[in-house]
Design a protein around this ligand. Structure first.
Ligand code: FAD
Length: 496
């Protein structure tokens, strides 16, 4: 017979980056939060290459950024690609100008077992409670509303726990996502399979790019090559669905055959040995089909991270989307619990912003794969607008990373705030300029205004995390929508 217990304000299902970020943010507002996690931490996970927005935006808001900085992860200054018509690898850096080399122009390559554990311990330090080896099996409903969850502990005992809000952060294998309503829709475009493992002694890109992700397109798909430590490299082959037979059968033989198809990766691994023990000892296969749930919330239940949606991993957006959606949902929960805005308004805002950010990456990635066959790419557009001597992609990154790098070259909070505002204005007008050609026609990447708006929002999250109240009042992202509080933790009604 199941045992029942007292309720929480929030029960979070899953202690990955989405779940622990949300738990930390809501606990920081003084609410009672319980995380239910199926595994014991640290545990293995894929998704090792991160973006600056996670490290210097959301993780700064929860306060975990310093712990990450002290953890010794490989700094990632950008990406190196052998992709498209160019037979030579090309590189972008988050701060393409070496003169600036801003303090936030990098992310990390992380061993997810360590990274996720730091985030989860931080959530506990902020006041969240966590239970390991408990598997959530279903939600509890009271009419329209979700009012808690059922879970099974390690002994097989069933429990129920009540909460004002249940957050499904249980990843792509979520058992709860259907309970929000709607369906999980799979993309027709992004349907690949990944086969991956770990190597010791792999080569490194020359400095200063030795911490970069290396992505290499080849006949059957593309490889990632991620330097996790000076000695350890994560290597994965992503093959299109029509090549699925190439990863069938003996995984060792399949991976080696794919490496043989790809001369650059073969060369980088020529002195390396595959790790065969511990958490990195096995070869793994994952479907990386892109999908999104057609609705992200219902009263009492909200989906974040991979439970809600996933997009092709080539631009390392997974952890960014998980932590960003955690921030948006945390604002909705905290504002709703505080009675500042209605639940309906708070979660409508969450869903609109989350969908837009997802849409940006989806569209961005479509263009990226388009570029594979079409020279008229967004990189080319970026180069045209910035009129510099860098590669197309560097031009693009210089533009989109402008707000996240040069303004952190600080000389005092007040002037920094002013500089941020002028930088934001510069950034917005640069995007406007970039989105139209000389005849005023929209270029492919920016055809959707959602893409432009979300790029601006991304810049805002990072600025707000860094400058807090100095940034000045927010403006609604959607007509009639909500704005964020000065500290970024809550929604507020927009100007009447
Ligand atoms: P997860 O990290 O999946 O965490 C979910 C947690 O919930 C887990 O700890 C799990 O044990 C727990 N859980 C599950 N079910 C239950 C249950 N019933 N009860 C209790 N707990 C439960 N992202 C990047 O940012 N960079 C990359 O380079 C990258 N590469 C990728 C490569 C591939 C091939 C794939 C498939 C994905 C990649 N991703 C990458 C995406 C990344 O893995 C995910 O987006 C990210 O881990 C999502 O975080 P999350 O918090 O939503 O979920």
């Amino acid at each position: 017979e199941g045992r029942q217990e007292q309720g929480y304000d929030v029960v979070v299902v899953g202690g990955g980056p989405g779940g622990s970020t949300l738990a930390a943010l809501v606990a920081m507002r003084g609410h009672r939060v319980l995380i239910l996690e199926k595994e014991t931490f640290p545990r293995y996970q894929i998704g090792e290459s991160l973006l600056p927005s996670t490290i210097h935006g959301v993780c700064r808001m929860t306060g975990v950024a310093e712990k990450l900085a002290a953890a010794g992860f490989t700094p990632k200054k950008g990406g190196t690609f052998r992709w498209g018509a160019n037979s030579e690898p090309w590189t972008f850096s988050f701060s393409v100008s070496p003169k600036i080399a801003g303090a936030t122009s990098h992310a990390y390559q992380v061993e997810r077992s360590k990274f996720d554990n730091i985030l989860l311990e931080h959530a506990v330090e902020k006041g969240a409670e966590v239970r390991f080896r408990v598997s959530v099996t279903d939600v509890i409903e009271d009419g329209e509303r979700v009012t808690g969850v059922r879970y099974t502990d390690a002994d097989g005992t069933e429990h129920e726990v009540r909460a004002t809000y249940v957050v499904d952060a249980s990843g792509n294998g979520s058992r709860l996502h259907k309970r929000v309503g709607g369906t999980r829709e799979y993309s027709q475009f992004f349907r690949s399979l990944a086969l991956f493992g770990y190597f010791e002694g792999g080569k490194r890109l020359p400095a200063p790019n030795s911490g970069n992700i290396l992505s290499v397109a080849f006949e059957s798909g593309w490889f990632w090559y991620i330097p996790l430590t000076p000695d350890l490299t994560s290597v994965g082959a992503v093959v299109r669905r029509e090549n699925a037979d190439k990863i069938q059968g003996d995984p060792e033989r399949a991976l080696m055959a794919l490496i043989d198809e790809c001369p650059l990766i073969k060369e980088y691994l020529s002195d390396a040995t595959r790790v065969t023990e511990g958490q990195y000892g096995q070869l793994r296969v994952r479907k990386d089909y892109s999908y999104h749930q057609t609705t992200f919330w219902r009263p009492g239940l909200v989906l974040i991270g991979d439970a809600a949606c996933f997009v092709d991993p080539v631009f390392s957006s997974g952890v960014h989307l998980a932590t960003y959606s955690a921030l948006l949902a945390a604002r909705s929960i905290s504002s709703s619990l505080a009675g500042i805005v209605s639940e309906e308004a708070a979660f409508t805002e969450f869903e609109a912003r989350y969908r837009r950010e997802y849409g940006v990456f989806y569209e961005f990635l479509m263009s990226f794969y388009d570029m594979h066959v079409d020279e008229n790419s967004y990189f080319w557009s970026a180069k045209k607008v910035t009129r510099n001597q860098h590669t197309e992609l560097e031009s693009f990154v210089e533009l989109v990373a402008g707000v996240s790098s040069s303004e952190f070259d600080l000389d005092g909070a007040e002037s920094a705030a002013l500089r941020m505002k002028s930088k934001s204005a510069e950034f917005v007008s640069a995007i406007d300029e970039m989105s139209a050609d000389a005849e005023g026609n929209m270029t492919p990447l920016f055809r959707s205004s959602a893409v432009r708006q979300a790029m601006q929002e991304g810049a805002q999250v990072q600025s707000r995390a860094f400058l807090g109240e100095d940034l000045g009042p927010d403006v609604p992202m959607f007509p009639g929508g909500l704005i964020t509080s000065d500290d970024g933790m809550l929604w507020q009604p927009g100007p009447a």
